[in-house]
Design a protein. Structure first.
Length: 225
């Protein structure tokens, strides 16, 4: 799996920076919870190993796949980095944790929904235990797609993109791609290549008004059954 990087100019990095934090920690979404780090050794692969056997390569391939998805997005261009590779710049942070979601059932990810992309320091949490419970065993590449697709979906919310109902997904190239912002993906869809397929704006006319940061809602993402 090889994915070319987007333009890496300093201007882009300063404009939109997303940091992947694989160590768990505390997220503004749950300020009173400290989440355990993702345990890659718990995720089995079809060759009899686990994701921990190639942990650094797995994390990098997830980053590259997220980059591929966002390179093709209709919204602002985004640079994606691992937490260890960044300084304290203004950035959106994605926390990966082994935990189950504290306040909801069957939630694989939660992120701030930021209409019009007014903030540049949003947050999201990816819940590994829920993904593991639904995902079973997969190939290395399938796990890359699962984690990258869930993460890119949450990043989409932080950029101002909402959920797409299934009946809206009638694009001619749906046989090639799964719409990233579907409201409720199946696990089979998460194993496949995704992109922004349905056209939508991240700044609807009725959301042009200014909003305070504490007014941004948290949007949950669950799997379809």
């Amino acid at each position: 799996m090889f994915v070319p990087e987007c333009d890496e100019s300093a201007a882009v990095i300063e404009g939109e920076l997303v940091v992947l934090d694989w160590s768990g920690g505390t997220s503004p979404l749950y300020p009173n919870n400290r989440f355990d780090a993702l345990e890659l050794s718990d995720f089995p692969t079809t060759d009899g190993g686990t994701l921990a056997d190639g942990a650094d390569e797995f994390k990098e391939q997830v980053r590259l796949e997220i980059t591929r998805i966002l390179c093709d997005s209709p919204g602002p261009k985004v640079q994606v980095r691992h937490a260890k590779d960044t300084s304290e710049l203004v950035r959106t942070t994605i926390h990966y944790t082994q935990a189950l979601p504290p306040d909801a059932n069957a939630v694989i990810g939660e992120g701030e929904y930021d209409p019009c992309n007014q903030q540049h320091d949003n947050a999201a949490v990816i819940f590994g235990a829920e993904i593991l419970g639904q995902g079973g065993t997969g190939t290395f590449d399938e796990w890359v797609h699962i984690f990258a697709n869930v993460t890119a979906h949450e990043i989409g919310h932080t950029l101002g993109f909402g959920h797409i109902d299934r009946e809206q997904f009638s694009s001619t190239d749906r046989s090639l791609y799964v719409e990233l912002m579907l409201n409720g993906h199946t696990m089979d869809e998460l194993r496949r290549t995704q992109r922004f397929v349905v056209e939508q704006t991240n700044c609807p006319s009725d959301l042009l008004r200014s909003r305070r940061p504490d007014e941004y809602p948290v949007i949950t993402c669950t799997l379809a059954h």
